[in-house]
Design a protein around this ligand. Structure first.
Ligand code: ACM
Ligand code: ZN
Length: 753
């Protein structure tokens, strides 16, 4: 039956005998993201083949979605009658808000716009069994619990990003990704289409973007920090045709998702320059990049480059109706501009101070072009350097300072700080995780994100439009892995941006997520499951083990053996008085559920002693705070964002340890993270001062793992206080990733024998 608008007919609800009703499944409301309010009431609505949908033209997208969802998902064929009604309600002030009322007689969806109604439908969807998702619901009827849900989003911008330049993903997959966004009431897909390693959007005027810039000779294998770097020797590339893009944009519209394309400039332009070398400063022929990172060949701001970019943008604007166009702006090293006569002449002619102001000139010029076409730009927070283009929206990624600065200048901001939004980071500190770029961003940290920086007044916080999860794909080569990294962190982010702060509760979220796993499975989404892992923390009363989900038991061993059903049950913190290897896992009554947790605890002379710092760790990389430096636990070799590493951005450190009484010291050692690709550098100098006032350098010890620098000093000194002086590396040199930025220092355990 084709689905016509204004399908009216009258209600014939089949009367089911109560025995039949009793056999039917009732789904309890466990909605993700959490709605503003749910009030359950008595009874159930019976959805079956005599149910119909009634709606006005205005609600066409939502009503169609619902009809297709039910009819494709089950054997239920909707009739033309009015038991599910879409109603216009101008009193619902949020354009994305809705009221969903389910009573035994009818389902009423009230909204002020189709988008609001669409979100009501997504909620209703979660009240139906997950078997609707993959058309395995075979019954002819389903009971839906009566209730009233009133709901609206916390933020207007609710997004997910996907980088298709480093790795390419099919249009079919992008549709699946957009479907998932929409199910979670997200409304924006940020499509990162161009970068050094590939240009992925067809531009008819410039065929070499398709023939040359879309392909690279080969790709780095393993991690960027591996030494030596290795390549796979296989050509790689692809691009989206304009026809595919039009189809995708139309598809996204049926999910109320706006696609914001990103065309990177002036940096991350190596692929475009390889196709048209004159776009660069030197005009030299270069190749599409084959490894990750930041490259010096960026667009030269000459007239012919602007003409190229404007022509490209003209075609982009025809494909994407979005209000915003993302123009990149991040990580543009100025080396080539410094040595280019044309750039230097332009700086003089325009009366600019330096290359940063030249970048501002570049971005402002593009902004003007797009503003004249009725569009607004978004740029990464580097667009704040050298002055901000007058109408730009800032996407704050290097922490939240960019957000604060932009909002204080009355510019709109979208929050995507690495600390809470980079889903390419590791999500578990389990060694069995697939290779990732680095960092550590577990689910709970995403969930705990507050997009409003503390520094902002209430008035200025109105400039924060919302937040987004970013998925950079250097280390994500296939669609299964995109899903693994995106889920469930995207779900946590959906609640960050949709739900009211007072409706958020991590323990409750975890329960709903555990229940939601079945739906993700029905949708064939390859989510990561770290809910059944053990977490450990050293507390004054001993070593505490916790796990997230209910009705499970933690069992542990301290003799190095693998925990099994017969191992000791954890009931209270474990006292540590010697070196200990603790292994633990979560069990139900039949079997072990998650991965084994393993923790070596090194009992040394400074264990649990008092530590003072001259400066607090950066709040995004707080580790376990100062006491984490002497908790006997070493940070991960691959996750500098874990609970042990303390991160400091650009500052010199003074760390004092009070051993409580004078002690003979044989040696002192500590370690620093060293991942230059992530702007993390071991300090330039480490020294220690003892009670007698003498100061000695602490020197590097050989270590085959180049991402960790170990330092140690051998002594025969007695001292109560140890004062460490740790000098930050300084400014990152030219030619390195993050050149010109302050380097980070990451330190973890200080152990003393
Ligand atoms: C970025 O991660 N370079 C925006
Ligand atoms: Zn130049």
């Amino acid at each position: 039956m084709p689905f016509k608008k204004r399908a009216y007919l009258f209600v014939f609800i089949t009367f089911l005998s109560s025995t039949l009703m009793a056999q039917m499944e009732v789904v309890t409301p466990e909605i993700l993201p959490a709605p503003s309010s749910i009030i359950k009431s008595k009874g159930n609505f019976v959805l079956n083949s005599s149910t119909g949908i009634i709606y006005d033209d205005e609600f066409e997208v939502s009503a169609n979605f619902l009809k297709n969802y039910i009819e494709n998902g089950s054997a239920i064929q909707l009739q033309k009658n009015n038991s599910i009604q879409f109603l216009k309600d101008e009193n619902i002030l949020s354009p994305e808000g809705y009221k969903l009322e389910i009573s035994p007689k009818h389902i009423k969806i009230s909204a002020n716009s189709d988008q609001g109604a669409f979100y009501a439908v997504q909620t209703l969807r979660q009240l139906l069994p997950e078997t609707f998702e993959n058309s395995t619901f075979k019954d002819k009827s389903i009971l839906i619990q009566c209730l009233t849900i009133i709901d609206e989003p916390q933020f207007t911008y609710r997004g997910m990003h996907l980088d298709v330049a480093r790795h390419f993903f099919s249009i079919e997959f992008i549709k699946k990704y957009i479907d998932a966004l929409a199910m979670l009431k997200m409304n924006t897909f940020h499509w990162h289409l161009t970068d050094d390693q590939g240009w992925r959007i067809e531009i008819k005027k410039y065929p070499k973007l398709q023939n040359i810039a879309a392909f690279r000779k080969e790709t780095l294998i393993g991690h960027y920090n591996s030494d030596p770097q290795k390549y796979d020797g296989k050509p790689y590339g692809d691009f989206y045709t304009q026809e595919q893009i039009k189809d995708l944009v139309a598809y996204a519209k049926t999910r109320h998702v706006t696609i914001i394309p990103e065309i990177e400039m002036p940096g991350h332009a190596q692929a475009a320059i390889s196709a048209y070398p004159k776009l660069g400063c030197s005009g030299d022929q270069i190749d599409v990049a084959t490894k990750w990172g930041v490259f010096e060949d960026i667009f030269c701001p000459k007239e012919s480059t602007f003409e190229f970019l404007e022509n490209v943008l003209d075609e982009v604007l025809l494909l994407f109706p979005s209000k915003y166009i993302h123009i990149g702006g991040d990580e543009a090293p100025k080396t080539k501009w410094k040595n280019c006569t044309q750039c230097q002449e332009l700086i003089k002619k325009e009366g600019l101070q330096d290359e940063h102001e030249l970048q501002n000139y570049f971005i402002t010029r593009i902004e003007k072009y797009l503003n004249n076409k009725g569009r607004q730009i978004i740029g990464w927070d580097e667009i704040l350097e050298g002055g901000l283009a007058p109408n730009a929206t800032v996407m704050s990624w290097r922490g939240t300072q960019g957000a604060v600065e932009a909002a204080k200048k009355n510019h709109q901001v979208i929050m995507t700080p690495t600390s809470h939004s980079y889903f390419d980071y590791y999500q578990s500190d389990n060694d069995s995780e697939p290779l990732a770029i680095g960092g550590f961003l577990p689910l709970e940290k995403v969930y705990g994100f507050n997009p409003i920086p503390k520094e902002l007044t209430e008035e200025k916080s109105n400039y924060i439009l919302g937040a987004q999860g970013n998925l950079w794909t250097e280390y994500i080569a296939d669609e299964q892995q995109v899903e693994y990294m995106a889920f469930p962190r995207m779900i946590a982010m959906s609640e960050v941006v949709w739900s009211k702060p007072n409706n958020k509760n991590y323990a409750n979220f975890v329960l709903r997520l555990e229940h939601f796993h079945k739906r993700l499975e029905a949708l064939d989404i390859n989510y990561a499951n770290h809910l059944y892992e053990v977490e450990g923390n050293l507390k004054p009363e001993g070593y505490e083990l916790t796990t997230l989900t209910k009705n499970k038991t933690i069992k542990f061993t301290t003799d190095g053996s693998e925990p099994n059903l017969n191992s000791k049950i954890y009931s209270k913190p474990i006292t540590i008085i010697q070196n200990t290897i603790l292994k633990a896992a979560v069990f139900n009554s039949e079997r072990k559920l998650g991965a084994t947790f393993e923790q070596s605890i090194n009992y040394h002379k400074a264990f649990g002693k008092k530590v003072t710092l001259n400066i607090e760790p950066n709040k995004a990389y707080y580790g376990s705070g100062a006491q984490g430096l002497v908790n006997g636990i070493s940070g991960s070799d691959s996750r500098y964002g874990d609970k042990e590493w303390l991160g400091f951005w650009g500052d010199d450190l003074e760390i004092t340890i009070d051993l409580g009484e004078e002690k003979a010291i044989q040696w002192i050692k500590t370690r620093f993270y060293n991942a230059t690709g992530q702007w993390i550098y071991a300090p330039s100098k480490v020294e220690v001062t003892f009670d007698d006032g003498r100061t000695f350098p602490i020197l590097e010890e050989p270590n085959p793992n180049k991402s960790i620098k170990n330092v140690r000093i051998w002594t025969n000194i007695k001292s109560r206080f140890l004062k460490f002086h740790i000098k930050n590396y300084g400014i990152i040199p030219d030619g390195q990733q993050g050149a010109g930025q302050k380097a980070w220092t990451f330190i973890d355990e200080i152990s003393i024998k």
